[in-house]
Design a binder for this molecule. Structure first.
Ligand code: AMP
Ligand code: ZN
Length: 113
């Protein structure tokens, strides 16, 4: 999608620190980490948020979760990890290309919101 930051990152037009990629997904380190390990995974195809993706292509949404867990394993998060998908304004989603945050590498806060 024209002008979308994460479409540009997936296409390699804006630099990022890649941690994983395949035909459908691209994963990279968050520029402003909220935990010792903080990566993002995005579908290469543009969907504004998880509500849209899960309606239009539920199989891809499921595959995204599976791939997020694979990335967590590759990042060495043996002791656990947290997946977060901010969806819409109340969740403070700031980039309107759906993404799953992969957080870990330390004991995370009890608070989730
Ligand atoms: P959200 O607030 O859930 O939409 O998350 C967007 C995330 O994208 C934030 O954690 C940002 O730090 C991250 N972010 C924004 N721009 C970049 C970038 N150029 N490279 C890597 N991460 C980014
Ligand atoms: Zn996009």
């Amino acid at each position: 999608m024209n002008g979308c930051l994460f479409c540009k990152i997936a296409a390699g037009e804006i630099p990022s620190t890649k941690v994983y990629e395949d035909e459908k997904f691209y994963s990279f380190l968050d520029i402003n980490p909220q935990a010792k390990v903080h990566a993002l995974i995005i579908p290469r195809e543009h969907y504004a948020d998880m509500a849209e993706l899960s309606k239009k292509d539920p199989a891809l949404a499921g595959k995204m979760l599976k791939t997020a867990c694979l990335v967590a394993e590759q990042l060495g998060l043996k002791n656990g990890f947290r997946l977060i998908t901010n969806t819409g304004a109340d969740a403070r989603q700031s980039v309107r290309h759906t993404h799953v945050h992969i957080l870990g590498g330390e004991e995370l806060s009890d608070r989730m919101g």
